[in-house]
Design a protein. Structure first.
Length: 216
């Protein structure tokens, strides 16, 4: 069953280390390919909702947002530049190369030599946004034949007014209800062996549940 990770010093060390790697990632994108990027922590790591299933590894999710490049439509080139730059940043910190999955670049699992020995990893999505502030994820659809793989932007899922609801809940001191709901929802889907509801969807569901039942 999922439980919240309560070791704040451990979480601080992870965020600091991963943040340094992401800074180097952005630096190499600009230095080697003249591509402007910013990064930010997303998902449970950004909302103080990091959970762990027994002693299994945990992961931090980041967005690498492309804010300047020569050709946004050359998706294959952008993914390759990002993969190469991320590997360069990881290698600088003595990490192995990343894995290129469909919608993210995923690192190997690591752990600290001293203190909490829980394994952790990083997932990085490459994103951009349009003039209407809609986000798009860079997708690498694999076919089994490298020359036939597809690269394209896919609009990321979003929730109507979610940030307004979060602000409203926090202003009224009800955030603990979101934490309780989020943990219950994660465990409910775990019991059902349901892998179709990622953490982002569980978070949206938790916020909406609290807003609709506690705020109205």
């Amino acid at each position: 069953m999922f439980k919240y990770v309560e070791d704040k010093e451990f979480l601080r060390r992870i965020r600091n280390l991963c943040g340094e790697i992401m800074q180097d990632f952005c630096h190499y994108m600009k230095e080697d390919y003249d591509i402007g990027t910013i990064f930010y922590l997303v998902g449970s790591g950004a909302k103080n909702l990091i959970v762990q299933n027994a002693s299994l590894p945990i992961d931090l999710d980041y967005n690498l947002e492309i804010v300047r490049c020569e050709d946004y439509e050359d998706c294959k080139n952008l993914k390759e530049c990002a993969r190469n730059s991320f590997n360069k940043a990881l290698n600088k910190h003595n990490w192995g190369d990343c894995e290129d999955s469909t919608s993210a670049l995923t690192t190997e699992k690591r752990y600290f030599d001293r203190g909490n020995d829980t394994e952790f990893s990083m997932d990085v999505c490459i994103v951009c946004r349009d003039t209407n502030e809609h986000f798009y994820r860079l997708i690498h659809k694999k076919t089994g034949l490298t020359n036939c793989d597809q690269y394209y932007w896919n609009e990321a899922p979003h929730s109507e007014r979610i940030q307004e609801k979060v602000k409203y809940i926090k202003q009224r001191g009800k955030w603990q209800f979101v934490r309780e709901q989020y943990l219950n929802i994660k465990n409910r889907y775990l019991r059902k062996n349901d892998h179709a509801h990622p953490s982002f969807i569980c978070y949206i569901e938790a916020v909406n549940n609290v807003y609709n039942t506690k705020m109205n």
